[in-house]
Design a binder for this molecule. Structure first.
Ligand SMILES: [Cu+2]
Length: 324
């Protein structure tokens, strides 16, 4: 599979912090679209806001400085009402920001993007008998019956006896994942290190055996495969769980088209090869986090609620988004 994102699927953008980023979106779809830079701090005119919709046949120039910390960000369309479908149809990929902290980490562990530092875009889709995408969302979104990794079904990655970095992105429409790495004979999931989240690198690695990833969310992890023997097949797996604990009552009963949420399923197989020499250790410190403001000056109430007339929809402070 190597860097699956580069062979199949969308291009991965990698930029250093401080870079003057520029990209032209030329819309050759038959409908309006935008490109939203998920997680990055950019001027709203540059952020793919629905009010800056790009009509078919036109070009929009995105230009902004990269000011964020190193981390795993992503880009996808954000037109009003069609964001989810355009992402489902394939318009989504990574934007990786690099800085001194990230370079130090890659040097310490001898990580190479695409070989041992691997972005994994998780998306569930449904295909009809002709292999065409099926998309039939309800108000809660859409869950497909096949989980693709970097648009690849049944993916297998050949791995060596060393530490790997996986940058996990949940690019699914509505599916939550409870992720862990499972060896076939072990009675519990393998330990790994969580080293980054939506906000970039953590200050220190955190040990974990599983993590929840909701749509749009990223997790940056290190997995130590030094003790695997040739021929071992591990799997990145979705462990079973009870989605939403059925909160929301009867309105939520429709949420599972295709596979119900929380069903166990293998996502990516890792096939271990021969032993290699690798003498590195996970660094104790990854980054220095910017200090939080000690004295918040502003308190804003956000009341989240669910309305059922005329159709179910979520509200913030009693209102929903309107384009006008
Ligand atoms: Cu987004």
């Amino acid at each position: 599979m190597g860097l699956p994102g580069r062979r199949r699927g969308q291009p991965i953008i990698s930029v250093p912090r401080g870079f003057a980023f520029q990209a032209d979106l030329t819309n050759r779809l038959g409908e309006v679209t935008t490109t939203h830079w998920h997680g990055l701090q950019v001027d709203w005119r540059m952020d793919g806001h629905p009010q800056r919709a790009v009509p078919p046949g036109t070009t929009y120039r995105y230009r902004f400085p990269i000011t964020d910390r190193a981390g795993t960000y992503w880009y996808h369309p954000h037109p009003h009402g069609n964001t989810a479908r355009q992402v489902y149809q394939g318009l989504a990929s990574f934007l990786l920001v690099d800085d001194e902290d990230d370079r130090a980490l890659r040097e310490a562990l001898d990580l190479t993007l695409g070989e041992t530092d691997i972005p994994l875009l998780l998306q569930d889709k449904t295909f009809d008998t002709d292999g065409q995408l099926v998309y039939e969302p309800d108000w809660m979104g859409y869950q497909g019956d096949t989980v693709l990794v970097n648009l690849t079904p049944n993916p297998v990655l050949d791995v060596a006896s060393r530490i790997y970095r996986f940058r996990l992105l949940n690019g699914s429409n509505a599916r939550l994942y409870r992720l862990s790495f499972v060896a076939p004979t072990a009675h519990e999931p393998m330990p790994f290190h969580l080293i980054g989240t939506d906000g970039g690198l953590l200050d220190r690695p955190q040990r974990a055996r599983e993590l929840f990833l909701s749509p749009g969310e990223r997790a940056d992890v290190l997995l130590d495969l030094r003790h695997q023997s040739a021929g071992d097949v591990l799997a990145l797996t979705n462990l079973p769980f009870d989605p939403m604990h059925h909160e929301g009552g009867p309105a939520m009963e429709h949420m599972s088209h295709g596979m119900p949420g929380g069903q166990p399923l293998p996502i990516l197989k890792l096939r271990a090869g021969g032993q290699i020499r690798y003498e590195r250790a996970v660094p104790a410190t990854l980054s220095r986090l910017p200090p939080l403001p000690q004295d918040p000056r502003l308190t804003r109430p956000f009341v989240l609620s669910l309305a059922n007339d005329p159709a179910p929809r979520w509200l913030i402070n009693g209102v929903t988004y309107a384009l006008e």
